[in-house]
Design a protein around this ligand. Sequence first.
Ligand code: FES
Length: 167
Amino acid sequence: MFKDNSQTMKQQDKRLRIVEQTMRKHGSEPHALIETLHAVQESYGFIDQEMMEYVADKLGVPLSKVYGVVTFYHFFTLKPQGEHVCVVCTGTACYIGGAKAIIDEITKSYEIMQGETTKDNKLSLVTARCLGACGIAPAVVYDGEVAGKQNAQAVIQRIGGWLKNES
Ligand code: FES
């Protein structure tokens, strides 16, 4: 799910730890499935195949059941379809630090709301509640790479770079 560099791995660890703590709190039993998926959703902003397999394995639940739950409840979001995914943290520290301005700028520049993908399928915008990186708020994850101290201008520049390199 995430690129292999130490900063990214560290942030991923924090998020994974939140998910693991949730499983442990519920005895790592199948009945912890929904709570665990909530923790994944809140930490990562969406649930992807790799994470569904991980949760299924850890809780001893068939993967088909995990898929069933994720697709049945509207509050779970599968990994977005865009070629690039920008996850903006809207947890307290990031919100205070300017996450709303970042989201507003993306919405204005690319005409997508949170959870949406541009018509050309290039970019998806996702929000997460806390990425476990409050010390570097506001935090944004670009295709799995966590970046701290972001602002609207930096985000638009980064996304612009993605799209420019492909046009
Ligand atoms: S509130 Fe954004 S990383 Fe914690």
